[in-house]
Design a protein around this ligand. Structure first.
Ligand SMILES: Nc1ncnc2c1ncn2[C@@H]1O[C@H](COP(=O)(O)OP(=O)(O)O)[C@@H](O)[C@H]1O
Ligand SMILES: [Mg+2]
Length: 302
């Protein structure tokens, strides 16, 4: 559905995007993940035709974005990082205005605006001035405007930044619902890993303008080749620690309250249980922790 081929973007002499290429398939829900300043917003602006790349091509449904900007814009919904706000319009007025700007057939606008208001949970606020809404509701309005013309591709730039924790939960759940309700392809940028794994199936990881990984999130989790084994003991003991350290395949051992966290190249739980019994450490729990996306991210980005 969307292809970026060797996209480069300079701001003056500063290279913001360094030869980026990836493809997004119809129906995919992809996280665009990277630290602040890594080039997420720049990439999204290029995809939506907001700026042209310095080199390379973006193709959407077979059309080059730079050659057919109007057509492409009419099929892509975009929630920018800082959505424009029209404080003096009501929610309904604003969404109607956006629908008209997007050249939707006039006879369909009223119905679609009503539907979108329903879908984004704005029914109680539809006659409120946007200026009077909380940040969470404004973000719903931003999302509503991005889907009003039922675009095939939805691009959301850090949709939960600046919201309080309750609003974050609500907006994430709204995005999940939207991805299911109307079959839609979504690219969502974030620097929050839990947000990526909560909403998306795939992740593209960008760092300093370069793509460093693109895979299913479950595969990225398995990317790390180490095993994290956590044990809890009644008696923290140095002898056990030293014996574990001497095992083959142990990379690192950290003390915690009543136990240890062991990083190893293999799943060595059996040996650890044996040593714990031998040293009379009072083993009460042993578990293999899943590698978190955080660990993978730090590894890739460092
Ligand atoms: N209009 C601009 N002019 C100059 N530099 C910019 C501009 N926009 C972004 N940058 C720089 O490009 C890099 C990538 O920015 P951006 O795409 O906004 O990153 P992200 O969205 O991942 O935080 C940053 O180093 C940023 O300072
Ligand atoms: Mg950004």
């Amino acid at each position: 559905m969307l292809t970026l081929s060797n996209v480069v973007k300079y701001y003056g002499n500063f290279l913001a995007l360094d030869n980026i290429s990836f493809e997004i398939n119809r129906g995919d829900i992809v996280a665009f993940l990277g630290p602040n300043g890594s080039g997420k917003t720049t990439t999204m602006r290029i995809i939506t035709g907001f700026f042209a790349p310095s080199a390379g091509d973006v193709t959407f449904q077979g059309y080059k974005v730079t050659e057919m900007p109007k057509l492409v814009k009419s099929q892509i919904g975009y929630l920018p990082e800082n959505p424009p706000i029209y404080p003096e319009l009501t929610v309904t007025e604003y969404l109607t205005f956006v629908a008209e700007l997007k050249k939707m057939p006039l006879s369909t606008i009223k119905n679609r605006v009503d539907n979108v208001i329903e879908m984004t949970g704005l029914k109680d606020k539809k006659n409120f001035l946007i200026g009077s809404l909380s940040k969470g509701y404004r973000q719903r309005v931003g999302i509503a405007q991005s889907i009003v013309n039922n675009p095939a591709l939805l691009i959301l730039d850090e949709p939960t930044v600046g919201l309080d924790p309750l609003q974050v939960i609500e907006i994430r759940s709204l995005i999940r619902t939207l991805s299911q309700e109307e079959k839609r392809t979504i690219i969502l940028s974030t620097h929050i890993l839990s947000e990526a794994s909560e909403i998306c199936k795939q992740a593209i990881i960008i760092n300093k303008g370069k793509i460093v990984a693109y895979d299913k999130i479950e595969n990225l989790r398995n990317f790390s080749s180490s095993f994290n084994i956590e044990i809890s003991t009644k008696r923290n003991n140095e002898i056990l620690k030293n014996k574990i350290l001497k095992l083959q395949n142990v990379l690192e051992i950290q003390e915690k309250e009543n136990g240890f966290i062991i990083l190893a190249k293999e799943d060595i739980r059996e040996e650890i249980v044996r040593l714990s019994v031998e040293t009379n450490a009072g083993l009460v729990e042993i578990k293999l922790n899943k590698t978190t996306l955080e660990e993978v991210f730090v590894k890739l980005v460092k």
